[in-house]
Design a protein. Structure first.
Length: 155
């Protein structure tokens, strides 16, 4: 049985791998780990250990710096895309440029630890609607109980 030689990875490589993982929405997207590991040609277990801080993880400040650098590069790319938009309007590529800018913006937010979407609700309206639904359900169950068609749950 031949013994496999262990590969050594630099802290910079590890920080880059963790940055890619963050930009792919890991751990929310559980398949991101395998995609990034495949892309980098490393075992997913190794990448998982770095992410979990179990073994050989890069220094946190290096990971943070790498994320900042990549986010800055994405911002530069967005600026370049926006500059190209006026010339791209006559072509079908306009939509692609806008989508590219949107994707890069999303990745910047992920790398900076910020939300990628905002769901606004009017809490007062939502609470009133929920209360109305509960009252209607209560009334329906009570009516069924009173007329003998439902179980005797509510007195």
């Amino acid at each position: 049985m031949t013994k496999r030689k262990r590969r050594r990875y630099s802290d910079k490589f590890k920080a880059g791998a963790l940055t890619l993982l963050a930009s792919e929405r890991y751990p929310e997207d559980r398949y991101a780990l395998q995609r990034v590991a495949d892309h980098l040609g490393i075992p997913n277990r190794t990448l998982s250990r770095w992410f979990n801080g179990d073994n050989g993880e890069p220094p946190a400040d290096l990971v943070a710096e790498t994320k900042r650098e990549l986010a800055d590069l994405f911002e530069e790319e967005i600026r370049a895309v926006i500059k190209e938009l006026p010339q791209a309007r006559p072509d079908a590529g306009y939509r692609d440029l806008v989508m590219g800018a949107a994707i890069l913006t999303d990745k910047i937010q992920l790398l900076r630890g910020k939300p990628t979407e905002r769901i606004a609700t009017d809490d007062a309206t939502s609470n009133e609607r929920r209360l109305a639904e509960i009252v209607a359900l209560y009334d329906a169950v009570r009516a069924r109980t009173m007329d003998g068609t439902g179980p005797d749950l509510i007195q």
